[in-house]
Design a protein around this ligand. Structure first.
Ligand SMILES: C/C=C/C(=O)SCCNC(=O)CCNC(=O)[C@H](O)C(C)(C)COP(=O)(O)OP(=O)(O)OC[C@H]1O[C@@H](n2cnc3c(N)ncnc32)[C@H](O)[C@@H]1OP(=O)(O)O
Length: 259
């Protein structure tokens, strides 16, 4: 399975398992993640959720082939109902705490989803990137709000406007990551931190999380909706088509032909 789901000792572990594509996320993977996170909310056996990838890649972000298929699909599914948005709603709305263990690559939504987790542990060599403008797209999953809030406009602009990659240390400095660790220790540490959450009073954890996120909830929902609308419009644009085609043709995109 491209998303491995395991439940043990109060922790629901969701693991990306598509390493031949650097754990790029397809619609069916988003759906599996959304379903598992939603089901966990009513499952008394789950007291913490752990998101993890493989040492080589947490995830390379949305599968670009899947993006092209979605763009061309004339299936009548509203963008807000697509699996990627079901996943966004499930993760950002999770009342239960979410821990992430990040190694290798955290690209696109692989970085933006971290801003909806509670504890984020990253391997020191992890490459982070939100290359939306390089794909002819715009920020998603509330990152146009959350990244400037975390790191200030100027640092967020380097990431979101230039799409420049950044290190685990920079992600830590911006407050996107809780702690940077040697790669060999990340998963074990994340699991140990999740076990601490499991042992604490669940109602206290849930209430604390709700209080920490309540003041920005409405604003975040509004920005995710606006980003999503624009993102899907831009997915159908010529610039995105050029970026995706260039990626699969293993060449640099040429955006100079577009005004
Ligand atoms: C709503 C969500 C939005 C978003 O998440 S937007 C962000 C979308 N993601 C990307 O734009 C990243 C695209 N991928 C890359 O830039 C590179 O890859 C990496 C930097 C992640 C890794 O580079 P390297 O280590 O050189 O590996 P490789 O040879 O490029 O990748 C191995 C195989 O994995 C496929 N792959 C990697 N990422 C994706 C992806 N995102 N969608 C679909 N396929 C992907 C490649 O094509 C290739 O495949 P083959 O071995 O057949 O040549």
């Amino acid at each position: 399975m491209a998303i491995e789901v395991t439940k043990a000792n109060g922790i629901l572990t969701l693991e990306f398992n598509r390493i031949e594509r650097k754990n790029a996320i397809t619609s069916s993977m988003y759906q599996s993640l959304a379903d598992a996170i939603n089901a966990a909310q009513d499952d008394p056996e789950v007291r913490a959720i752990l998101l993890a990838g493989k040492p080589e890649a947490f995830t390379a972000g949305n599968d670009l082939e899947d993006f092209m298929k979605t763009t061309r699909a004339n299936d009548g599914v509203a963008f807000g109902d697509r699996p990627v948005f079901q996943f966004m709603r499930a993760l950002s709305g999770s009342a239960k705490p979410v821990v992430a263990a990040v190694s290798g690559l955290a690209i696109g939504i692989g970085t933006t989803l971290l801003m909806h987790c509670d504890l984020v542990y990253a391997a020191d060599g992890t490459k982070f990137s939100v290359p939306f403008t390089q794909l002819g797209l715009c920020p998603e999953f509330g990152s146009s709000l959350l990244m400037p809030l975390a790191g200030g406009h100027a640092r967020a602009a380097e990431k979101l406007m230039l799409g420049e990659p950044f290190t685990a240390q920079e992600a830590y400095d911006m407050g996107i990551v809780s702690k940077v660790l040697p790669a060999a220790d990340v998963l074990e540490h994340a699991r140990a931190q999740a076990a601490k959450l499991v042992a604490l009073p669940a109602a206290s954890i849930r209430t604390t999380k709700r209080l920490m996120t309540a003041s920005r909830k409405a604003q975040l929902e509004a920005i995710i909706a606006e980003e999503s609308k624009l993102f899907f419009e831009m997915l159908q644009g010529a610039e995105a088509n050029e970026a995706f085609t260039a990626f699969f043709e293993k060449r640099k995109p040429d955006f100079t032909k577009f005004a």
